[in-house]
Ligand binder design. Structure first.
Ligand code: SF4
Length: 311
């Protein structure tokens, strides 16, 4: 059985948002960046053009259905198969959720369009905005984020600062560190300066614990991450692997697990935690999916991740 939704997925395990209902606002994989650490794979449409790639009315129809099923999630998260702010109608989706649901809306963005006042105004409708900054300068950004050629680093940072001034909700900043790439004390100190100038409510340091797009995007060892986090001051935290919760409300079958693995690679432990399954039960479903050829082990995985065979 295949999920009845085309633009909603999950709830999926999230290290930041607990059980997060994902909303996909772009076709795979449409982004202004092509980060070497991206867990979705390489960007196939690198663009700065904003368009209703997935019309808001289609997303709203599915959200309406999901809300009427009385399912629950800790967050409704605009993310998915690329950069959600490229969808020119993402503000309409947030407006709709705010009107019909009390579930908070989170927006995950690389902030590359925040130089545009109209994008900032739509983003400011969310409850939580998590934006990223993982480079100290244009040169490093070119290497780590491989952005669209028209993205200017200084303009991006300025857009982030302007958004902080305008946004009244929770602003989190994620810094993604890749071992040996942006981890010299000089680089990390400069990123920390830029982050502190924005003054977000939280700073989260992340690294490639999930299989990255490029094999050479190595994770930073935990002790090094903790040492580097100190450069960001007391607001910074190293994001631990998703710890899950004990909600019994998430029930799983093979189709739920397959749907999640279509969106992101997960380990058996992660599957157990998000669906509140005993390991034996999760292993039974994973075994069936493997035998049916619906999923496969992720080749680049260092920690036993599975992905959908079609990804
Ligand atoms: S900005 Fe996000 S979606 Fe886009 S390439 Fe980077 S990690 Fe992937």
């Amino acid at each position: 059985m295949i999920s009845k939704y085309r633009h909603l997925f999950g709830p999926v395990p999230s290290r930041r948002f607990g059980r997060s209902l994902g909303v996909d606002l772009t076709p795979f994989k449409t982004c202004s960046f092509d980060c070497i650490f991206c867990q979705l794979g390489r960007t196939t449409r690198k663009t700065l053009d904003r368009a209703p790639y997935i019309p808001a009315c289609q997303v709203i129809e599915e959200l309406d259905d999901w809300i009427n099923t009385n399912e629950s999630a800790d967050y409704i998260t605009l993310a998915g198969s690329g950069e959600p702010t490229l969808n020119s109608e993402f503000g309409r989706v947030i407006d709709y959720v705010r009107k019909v649901s009390t579930v908070p809306v989170a927006l995950l963005t690389n902030a590359s369009l925040f130089f545009d006042r109209a994008v900032r105004a739509q983003a400011a409708k969310a409850d939580v905005v998590k934006m990223s900054l993982s480079a100290p300068d244009q040169f490093s950004m070119a290497h780590i984020n491989r952005p669209h050629r028209d993205i200017d680093f200084k303009q991006l940072v300025k857009g982030q600062c302007l958004f902080r001034k305008e946004f009244k909700g929770q602003l989190w900043m994620e810094v993604f560190l890749v071992w040996g790439t942006n981890t010299t004390p000089k680089d990390v100190s400069r990123i920390a300066e830029l982050v502190q100038a924005v003054a977000p409510d939280k700073v989260q340091l992340n690294t490639a614990v999930r299989p990255p797009c490029e094999e050479y995007a190595y994770p930073v060892p935990e002790d090094q991450m903790n040492a580097l986090a100190r450069l960001f001051g007391s607001a910074a935290e190293v994001i631990a692997e998703y710890s899950g919760d004990t909600s019994a409300k998430i029930k799983a079958n093979e189709s739920d697990i397959l749907d999640m693995l279509r969106r992101r690679p997960c380990t058996l432990d992660q599957i157990c935690r998000v669906f509140n399954l005993h390991k034996n039960e999760a292993a039974k479903y994973v075994g069936k999916l493997l035998r049916a050829g619906d999923i496969r082990p992720h080749e680049e995985s260092r920690e036993g991740y599975y992905v959908a065979a079609s990804t």
